[in-house]
Design a protein around this ligand. Structure first.
Ligand code: GLN
Length: 316
Protein backbone atom coordinates (compact mmCIF):
# COMPACT_ATOMS: atom_id res chain seq x y z
CA UNK A 1 0.00 0.00 0.00
CA UNK A 2 1.18 3.50 -0.78
CA UNK A 3 2.34 5.66 2.11
CA UNK A 4 -0.36 8.33 2.53
CA UNK A 5 2.23 11.11 2.95
CA UNK A 6 3.67 10.57 -0.53
CA UNK A 7 2.23 10.81 -4.02
CA UNK A 8 -0.04 13.37 -5.66
CA UNK A 9 -2.89 12.41 -3.35
CA UNK A 10 -1.00 13.86 -0.38
CA UNK A 11 -0.94 17.36 -1.91
CA UNK A 12 -2.91 20.08 -0.13
CA UNK A 13 -4.22 23.22 -1.81
CA UNK A 14 -2.43 25.38 0.79
CA UNK A 15 0.93 23.80 -0.08
CA UNK A 16 0.36 24.22 -3.79
CA UNK A 17 -0.59 27.89 -3.39
CA UNK A 18 2.48 28.56 -1.23
CA UNK A 19 4.81 26.90 -3.77
CA UNK A 20 3.23 28.83 -6.61
CA UNK A 21 3.99 32.08 -4.74
CA UNK A 22 7.62 30.96 -4.31
CA UNK A 23 7.85 29.92 -7.94
CA UNK A 24 6.46 33.22 -9.18
CA UNK A 25 9.47 35.05 -7.76
CA UNK A 26 11.64 32.93 -10.08
CA UNK A 27 10.00 34.32 -13.22
CA UNK A 28 12.41 37.26 -13.03
CA UNK A 29 15.31 34.88 -13.70
CA UNK A 30 13.95 33.93 -17.10
CA UNK A 31 13.16 35.81 -20.31
CA UNK A 32 10.42 35.61 -22.89
CA UNK A 33 11.76 34.54 -26.29
CA UNK A 34 12.14 37.24 -28.93
CA UNK A 35 12.10 35.20 -32.15
CA UNK A 36 8.30 34.89 -32.21
CA UNK A 37 6.87 38.45 -31.89
CA UNK A 38 3.67 37.46 -30.06
CA UNK A 39 5.59 35.44 -27.47
CA UNK A 40 7.79 38.46 -26.85
CA UNK A 41 4.74 40.49 -25.81
CA UNK A 42 3.31 38.23 -23.10
CA UNK A 43 3.40 39.05 -19.40
CA UNK A 44 6.47 37.26 -18.07
CA UNK A 45 5.11 37.11 -14.49
CA UNK A 46 2.21 34.82 -15.26
CA UNK A 47 2.15 31.41 -13.59
CA UNK A 48 -0.59 28.80 -13.77
CA UNK A 49 -0.72 25.18 -12.71
CA UNK A 50 -3.27 22.38 -12.94
CA UNK A 51 -2.85 18.90 -11.53
CA UNK A 52 -5.21 16.04 -12.39
CA UNK A 53 -5.30 12.45 -11.26
CA UNK A 54 -7.00 9.62 -13.06
CA UNK A 55 -9.48 9.27 -10.21
CA UNK A 56 -10.95 12.73 -10.54
CA UNK A 57 -8.89 14.66 -7.99
CA UNK A 58 -7.62 18.03 -9.13
CA UNK A 59 -5.79 21.08 -7.88
CA UNK A 60 -5.01 24.38 -9.53
CA UNK A 61 -3.45 27.76 -8.77
CA UNK A 62 -2.43 30.96 -10.50
CA UNK A 63 -3.82 32.39 -13.75
CA UNK A 64 -5.45 29.17 -14.82
CA UNK A 65 -7.75 30.63 -17.47
CA UNK A 66 -4.79 32.04 -19.40
CA UNK A 67 -4.52 30.47 -22.87
CA UNK A 68 -1.14 29.73 -24.44
CA UNK A 69 0.33 27.97 -27.47
CA UNK A 70 1.70 24.54 -26.64
CA UNK A 71 4.74 24.93 -28.92
CA UNK A 72 7.06 21.97 -28.30
CA UNK A 73 4.78 20.40 -25.70
CA UNK A 74 2.82 19.10 -28.70
CA UNK A 75 5.80 16.95 -29.77
CA UNK A 76 5.06 13.97 -27.47
CA UNK A 77 1.49 13.95 -28.81
CA UNK A 78 2.56 14.00 -32.45
CA UNK A 79 4.68 10.98 -31.56
CA UNK A 80 1.84 9.26 -29.68
CA UNK A 81 -0.59 9.87 -32.54
CA UNK A 82 1.80 8.37 -35.11
CA UNK A 83 2.61 5.42 -32.85
CA UNK A 84 -1.10 4.70 -32.58
CA UNK A 85 -1.56 5.11 -36.35
CA UNK A 86 1.40 3.16 -37.67
CA UNK A 87 3.19 1.39 -34.82
CA UNK A 88 6.65 1.77 -33.32
CA UNK A 89 8.56 -0.10 -36.00
CA UNK A 90 7.40 2.28 -38.71
CA UNK A 91 7.82 5.46 -36.64
CA UNK A 92 11.40 4.68 -35.59
CA UNK A 93 12.46 4.25 -39.21
CA UNK A 94 12.18 8.03 -39.40
CA UNK A 95 13.47 9.25 -36.04
CA UNK A 96 15.92 8.06 -33.37
CA UNK A 97 15.56 7.56 -29.62
CA UNK A 98 18.82 8.98 -28.29
CA UNK A 99 19.18 12.17 -26.24
CA UNK A 100 21.01 15.17 -27.67
CA UNK A 101 23.19 17.66 -25.81
CA UNK A 102 22.58 20.31 -28.46
CA UNK A 103 19.90 23.04 -28.53
CA UNK A 104 16.43 22.07 -29.79
CA UNK A 105 16.95 23.66 -33.22
CA UNK A 106 20.49 22.36 -33.76
CA UNK A 107 21.52 21.75 -37.34
CA UNK A 108 24.96 20.56 -36.19
CA UNK A 109 23.35 17.62 -34.40
CA UNK A 110 21.34 16.62 -37.47
CA UNK A 111 24.37 17.01 -39.70
CA UNK A 112 26.59 14.86 -37.47
CA UNK A 113 23.83 12.25 -37.49
CA UNK A 114 23.81 12.38 -41.32
CA UNK A 115 20.23 13.58 -41.53
CA UNK A 116 18.67 11.03 -39.14
CA UNK A 117 16.98 13.05 -36.34
CA UNK A 118 18.21 12.08 -32.88
CA UNK A 119 14.84 12.00 -31.18
CA UNK A 120 11.23 13.24 -31.58
CA UNK A 121 11.52 15.93 -28.87
CA UNK A 122 13.90 18.20 -30.79
CA UNK A 123 12.87 20.18 -33.87
CA UNK A 124 14.49 17.87 -36.44
CA UNK A 125 12.62 14.85 -35.09
CA UNK A 126 9.35 16.70 -34.74
CA UNK A 127 9.56 18.16 -38.26
CA UNK A 128 10.32 14.68 -39.66
CA UNK A 129 7.27 13.30 -37.82
CA UNK A 130 5.05 16.27 -38.76
CA UNK A 131 5.83 15.33 -42.37
CA UNK A 132 4.27 11.91 -41.74
CA UNK A 133 0.99 13.10 -40.28
CA UNK A 134 -1.94 12.07 -42.49
CA UNK A 135 -3.63 14.84 -44.47
CA UNK A 136 -3.19 17.10 -47.47
CA UNK A 137 -1.69 20.22 -45.94
CA UNK A 138 -0.55 21.76 -42.66
CA UNK A 139 -4.02 22.82 -41.62
CA UNK A 140 -5.78 19.52 -42.30
CA UNK A 141 -3.01 17.50 -40.64
CA UNK A 142 -3.10 19.70 -37.57
CA UNK A 143 -6.88 19.51 -37.51
CA UNK A 144 -6.82 15.70 -37.41
CA UNK A 145 -4.40 15.72 -34.52
CA UNK A 146 -6.42 18.39 -32.71
CA UNK A 147 -9.68 16.48 -33.06
CA UNK A 148 -8.09 13.21 -31.99
CA UNK A 149 -6.67 14.80 -28.84
CA UNK A 150 -9.81 16.74 -27.96
CA UNK A 151 -11.99 13.66 -28.40
CA UNK A 152 -9.76 11.34 -26.40
CA UNK A 153 -9.15 13.71 -23.51
CA UNK A 154 -12.21 15.93 -23.48
CA UNK A 155 -9.99 18.97 -23.88
CA UNK A 156 -10.59 22.08 -25.95
CA UNK A 157 -7.47 22.74 -27.97
CA UNK A 158 -7.82 25.34 -30.71
CA UNK A 159 -5.48 26.53 -33.42
CA UNK A 160 -4.18 29.98 -32.42
CA UNK A 161 -4.20 31.70 -35.82
CA UNK A 162 -2.64 34.93 -34.53
CA UNK A 163 0.26 32.93 -33.13
CA UNK A 164 0.61 31.07 -36.43
CA UNK A 165 0.78 34.40 -38.27
CA UNK A 166 3.37 35.58 -35.79
CA UNK A 167 5.46 32.42 -36.22
CA UNK A 168 5.31 32.91 -39.99
CA UNK A 169 6.12 36.62 -39.83
CA UNK A 170 9.84 36.01 -39.27
CA UNK A 171 11.51 33.32 -41.28
CA UNK A 172 12.89 30.66 -38.96
CA UNK A 173 16.13 29.88 -40.75
CA UNK A 174 17.22 27.09 -38.43
CA UNK A 175 13.97 25.16 -38.86
CA UNK A 176 14.13 25.71 -42.62
CA UNK A 177 17.72 24.48 -42.77
CA UNK A 178 16.72 21.42 -40.71
CA UNK A 179 13.82 20.62 -43.05
CA UNK A 180 16.07 20.98 -46.12
CA UNK A 181 18.66 18.65 -44.63
CA UNK A 182 15.92 16.15 -43.80
CA UNK A 183 14.73 16.33 -47.41
CA UNK A 184 18.28 15.78 -48.70
CA UNK A 185 18.57 12.73 -46.45
CA UNK A 186 15.33 11.36 -47.90
CA UNK A 187 13.39 11.80 -44.62
CA UNK A 188 10.71 14.02 -46.14
CA UNK A 189 9.47 15.02 -49.60
CA UNK A 190 7.94 18.43 -49.27
CA UNK A 191 9.88 20.93 -47.17
CA UNK A 192 7.17 23.61 -47.17
CA UNK A 193 4.36 21.27 -46.14
CA UNK A 194 6.49 19.71 -43.41
CA UNK A 195 7.40 23.11 -41.96
CA UNK A 196 3.86 24.39 -42.26
CA UNK A 197 2.50 21.31 -40.50
CA UNK A 198 5.08 21.69 -37.74
CA UNK A 199 4.21 25.38 -37.31
CA UNK A 200 0.49 24.58 -37.17
CA UNK A 201 0.78 21.91 -34.49
CA UNK A 202 3.07 24.15 -32.38
CA UNK A 203 0.27 26.75 -32.42
CA UNK A 204 -2.38 24.49 -30.93
CA UNK A 205 -3.37 26.28 -27.77
CA UNK A 206 -5.32 25.77 -24.59
CA UNK A 207 -5.26 26.31 -20.83
CA UNK A 208 -3.38 24.39 -18.15
CA UNK A 209 -6.55 22.36 -17.72
CA UNK A 210 -6.45 21.26 -21.37
CA UNK A 211 -2.77 20.43 -21.03
CA UNK A 212 -3.30 18.38 -17.86
CA UNK A 213 -6.00 16.43 -19.70
CA UNK A 214 -3.61 15.69 -22.54
CA UNK A 215 -1.19 14.49 -19.88
CA UNK A 216 -3.74 11.98 -18.62
CA UNK A 217 -3.27 10.11 -21.93
CA UNK A 218 0.25 9.29 -20.79
CA UNK A 219 -0.33 8.89 -17.06
CA UNK A 220 -2.80 6.07 -16.68
CA UNK A 221 -1.56 2.63 -17.76
CA UNK A 222 -3.14 1.61 -21.03
CA UNK A 223 -6.10 3.87 -20.36
CA UNK A 224 -7.10 7.45 -19.80
CA UNK A 225 -8.77 9.45 -17.06
CA UNK A 226 -11.97 8.17 -15.50
CA UNK A 227 -13.74 11.26 -16.81
CA UNK A 228 -13.31 9.98 -20.36
CA UNK A 229 -12.76 6.26 -20.30
CA UNK A 230 -14.10 5.01 -23.62
CA UNK A 231 -10.79 4.61 -25.38
CA UNK A 232 -7.33 3.57 -24.48
CA UNK A 233 -3.93 4.23 -25.91
CA UNK A 234 -1.57 1.32 -26.25
CA UNK A 235 0.44 0.83 -23.11
CA UNK A 236 3.73 0.22 -24.92
CA UNK A 237 3.23 3.49 -26.81
CA UNK A 238 2.72 5.40 -23.56
CA UNK A 239 5.90 3.84 -22.24
CA UNK A 240 7.86 4.92 -25.32
CA UNK A 241 6.60 8.51 -25.13
CA UNK A 242 7.25 8.77 -21.38
CA UNK A 243 10.77 7.37 -21.73
CA UNK A 244 11.59 9.86 -24.49
CA UNK A 245 10.15 12.74 -22.46
CA UNK A 246 12.31 11.75 -19.49
CA UNK A 247 15.51 11.44 -21.52
CA UNK A 248 14.98 14.18 -24.15
CA UNK A 249 12.01 16.38 -23.17
CA UNK A 250 14.03 19.24 -21.65
CA UNK A 251 16.75 19.17 -24.33
CA UNK A 252 20.28 19.61 -22.92
CA UNK A 253 18.86 19.82 -19.38
CA UNK A 254 17.06 16.45 -19.58
CA UNK A 255 19.72 14.50 -17.67
CA UNK A 256 19.96 17.09 -14.93
CA UNK A 257 16.20 17.12 -14.38
CA UNK A 258 15.92 13.33 -14.57
CA UNK A 259 18.10 13.45 -11.45
CA UNK A 260 16.49 16.48 -9.79
CA UNK A 261 12.84 15.69 -10.59
CA UNK A 262 12.73 12.17 -12.05
CA UNK A 263 9.58 12.48 -14.17
CA UNK A 264 8.83 12.50 -17.91
CA UNK A 265 8.59 16.23 -18.71
CA UNK A 266 8.17 18.23 -21.90
CA UNK A 267 8.72 21.95 -22.26
CA UNK A 268 7.71 24.46 -24.91
CA UNK A 269 9.25 27.81 -25.76
CA UNK A 270 5.94 29.49 -24.83
CA UNK A 271 6.62 28.51 -21.21
CA UNK A 272 4.31 25.50 -21.30
CA UNK A 273 5.47 22.52 -19.25
CA UNK A 274 3.90 19.10 -18.78
CA UNK A 275 5.03 16.45 -16.29
CA UNK A 276 3.67 12.92 -16.15
CA UNK A 277 3.48 11.11 -12.83
CA UNK A 278 3.02 7.54 -14.11
CA UNK A 279 0.01 5.74 -12.60
CA UNK A 280 -0.95 8.89 -10.71
CA UNK A 281 -1.67 11.88 -12.89
CA UNK A 282 -0.36 14.86 -14.81
CA UNK A 283 0.97 18.29 -13.82
CA UNK A 284 0.53 21.11 -16.35
CA UNK A 285 2.25 24.48 -15.84
CA UNK A 286 2.42 27.68 -17.79
CA UNK A 287 4.93 30.42 -17.04
CA UNK A 288 6.43 32.21 -20.04
CA UNK A 289 9.84 33.26 -18.68
CA UNK A 290 12.27 30.63 -19.99
CA UNK A 291 15.95 29.83 -19.46
CA UNK A 292 18.69 29.68 -22.11
CA UNK A 293 17.66 26.16 -23.11
CA UNK A 294 14.00 27.07 -23.62
CA UNK A 295 12.53 25.64 -20.41
CA UNK A 296 10.17 27.56 -18.10
CA UNK A 297 12.14 28.74 -15.05
CA UNK A 298 9.24 29.02 -12.59
CA UNK A 299 7.58 25.90 -14.00
CA UNK A 300 10.66 23.77 -13.36
CA UNK A 301 11.05 25.24 -9.87
CA UNK A 302 7.45 24.32 -9.08
CA UNK A 303 7.81 20.80 -10.51
CA UNK A 304 10.94 20.25 -8.45
CA UNK A 305 9.12 21.36 -5.27
CA UNK A 306 6.19 19.07 -5.99
CA UNK A 307 8.35 16.09 -6.95
CA UNK A 308 10.66 16.32 -3.96
CA UNK A 309 8.01 17.09 -1.36
CA UNK A 310 5.60 14.40 -2.54
CA UNK A 311 8.29 11.87 -3.58
CA UNK A 312 7.03 11.70 -7.13
CA UNK A 313 10.25 10.60 -8.88
CA UNK A 314 9.80 7.39 -10.88
CA UNK A 315 13.11 6.30 -9.35
CA UNK A 316 11.66 6.21 -5.84
N1 GLN B 1 7.80 26.48 -32.85
C1 GLN B 1 8.94 26.55 -31.99
C2 GLN B 1 10.23 26.51 -32.80
O1 GLN B 1 10.42 25.67 -33.61
C3 GLN B 1 8.89 25.47 -30.98
C4 GLN B 1 10.19 25.27 -30.25
C5 GLN B 1 10.02 25.02 -28.79
O2 GLN B 1 8.95 25.13 -28.22
N2 GLN B 1 11.10 24.71 -28.15
O3 GLN B 1 11.05 27.33 -32.63
Amino acid sequence: MRDSSVGLNALTQAELSAWVDQARVRTQWGRVPDYIPLLAQVDANVLAVKIETGVGQEWSAGEKSQRFALMSVIKPFVLLFLLEQSGAEEVFKHVGMEPSDQPFHSLTQLSSDRGHPRNPMINSGAIALAARLPGRDGFSRCERLRQWLNKLTNSHLVLDRRMLESVRSLSNESNRAIAKMLAQAGKLDRVEVALDTYNHVCCLSGTVEDLARLGSLLAQPGAISSSYPQRVVTRSHQRIVNALMLTCGLYEASGQFAVRIGLPIKSGVSGALLAIVPHQGAIACYSPAIDAMGNSVAGLFLLEKLANSLHLSVFG
